[in-house]
Design a protein around this ligand. Sequence first.
Ligand code: BGC
Length: 775
Amino acid sequence: MKQYLKQDEWRIIEEGFDPDHHKASESIFSLGNGQMGQRANFEEAWSGPTLQGSYIAGVYYPDKTRVGWWKNGYPEYFAKVLNSPNWIGINVTVDGEMLDLFKAQKVDNFERILDMKNGVLSRRFSVILNNGKRLTVKTDRFLSMERPETGVVKYTMTPNEDCKIIFTPYINGDVENEDANYDEKFWNILETNAVLNKADLLCQTKKLDFRVSYAMETELVGAEASEEQPFSDELHSGNHIPVLASKGKEISLTKYVGVANSMNHEKDELLSVARKKASEAKTLGYDTLLKEQIAHWNEIWEHSDIKIKGDIAAQQGIRFNIFHLNQTYTGEDERLNVGPKGFTGEKYGGSTYWDTEAYCIPFFLMTSPQKVVRNLLIYRYKHLRKAIENAEKLGFTNGAALYPMVTMNGEECHNEWEITFEEIHRNGAIAFAIHNYIRHTGDEKYLEEYGLEVLIGIARFWSQRATFSHDKKKFVILGVTGPNEYENNVNNNWYTNKIAQWCLNYAREASEIVKKNNPGRFSEITKKVNMDPPTEMGVWKSVAGNIHLPYNEEEEVFLQQDGFMDKEQIMADELSPSVRPLNQHWSWDRILRSCFIKQADTLQGMYLFEEEFDTETIRRNFKFYEPRTVHESSLSPCVHNILAARIGDLDKAYEMYLRTSRLDIDDYNREVHEGLHITSMAGTWMSIVEGFGGKRVYKDGKLRLYPIIPEQWKEYSFRIRFRRHDLEVRVDQEQVEIISHAKDEATLTLYDKEISIPAGKSVTIPLNIKYHVKK
Ligand code: BGC
């Protein structure tokens, strides 16, 4: 754990200059706007440790797969998120000396601030260069949420004696990926141009021919430039802007940037689009762009903010997570998704995992307009053909679909057999997300339009993947990896079998719904996918009805997998802290043979299907599995928080909440320099809304709330969208208040009692201590 950031409700603040923190801060202070994003690299030269990162959503590189033993079915490539040309750069020399904080004589009053309310990143510092020149510097930049192809940097300096400053704003195409299997560079620079106060660059990925154009325009205030020199070479373009600076007088250089890519524009128009964006931005000016940015974020916060009173660390933690989720994915483009590291690092290849369906969708469902999640679902619909091809590669037939573990464009990118071929539960999360969307929005039409085809492909997969055991007289699913990646190739992982069963049943149910609502469309779909409904649905029914769900009679718990009780049963708190995290200290062999669980597995299933289980069953399973869980995936604590709250174990729920909410700010896993855990940030939101807030939507499609509050908090509140409702929920140690912001009357169930709230009105009732059940 590393705690060097100041606590504040709305801002992340780094005070004091320590180059050792720089890489971590580059991740934590990252900016994005859905279309592009970047680590908090400095604008001016920096020769210290850094991970340069500037990313364009959806633009990737299929890097050749590198494995020891090639297995049939492996993908040819692993998609890399690409560090792309750097457009923030502004080099500064003062009387011939380069400003580089790593080399400077002294840096004072250093402050780096991420203003999460308004989406602006700033720095303030004073510096003494090696030639003795002293300056104070202010930098501010943002990626416009309102204009996703626009970014702006304002660089302001005040020297404390007369001097000659040369600003060199530039675009740099000479960039590298830290994560490159063969140390290749991934970009060809096609064109660079520069004229007075303007420059641009057009580049192309070496494979797949993604093209991106960058254009900048500059504006100088506070001094006259003389003898400016536009420059461009094979990899760079920019302007040298010399100015004579006077003692104590502030000079600012603003760099307006347009960034366009070939996913959104014709290739031959890219440069002109980027130039137009830069020029529009300059015409509007910094202040107007900032006003738009503030208004845009204000609107986002109005619907997604969570307020916590009495605990600044928790308040900052949750806002940090909400901020990053919203700047990673804005839901405008169904070709995009939420990578585990978003725009903050290269790890995980920037690709889509089951994290999106299992974690991010619940967040976006309740905080964003409906189209946001619809687009995330359509993303998978568009990949259905590839999922069918993926399954065919593994020997499945008849339109069975296996969605990839990791993907950019629908093709599998993961190449470890125990995950690629075995962590098939991901198919279940994709089907469940469709159901989750429909039960929250009531948009059953989605099934006709897109959903049913996906569900049929997935049901076909499960019905073929399950095989009949003559010994057990049950269908079994052999050789899988559950969500707990600390055991591989196990038989009958309870979670996998449970979700397979659910998918088979839901595919039947969805077929009946479409058949009833729109018989014409139903026959169109069944014809398209070549399905004889009675025959196939009969098979699905029989597999689902007769699937083996392992159970341990002695402990009275669902059994994680057939062989789990053969393992030596030790509790995680018996482990010495010196061996944690296990994955950094133990051999893989030792981990696989141990009973330690990486992340929620059986409990993941109990979370998804909670309404099927009574409190005692949930409690028994929780008490059995949580002590064996080492939470070495950031996706783990939130599920445990929700279930702990459900069984009234508030202390445990709070402990789990703390692990998730400040995971990155406090660098719990000592890896924040690689990037942030964007997808698990949605889990923190779930911890408050579903954990403490007790929000549930079960199969009947009704909204339920069972709020409780940790004793460490005075009050917390959140706002959720549900169908036509827009509700604000405030909980303090005495009471629960629900305010309806929608135009219609809201109906919901609060502590098992149905209530209605007229539009614009609120209801207050005492906190129900029944849900504060003691351990
Ligand atoms: C987790 C997976 C997750 C992946 C990306 C892994 O450590 O075990 O469940 O999908 O990280 O977040």
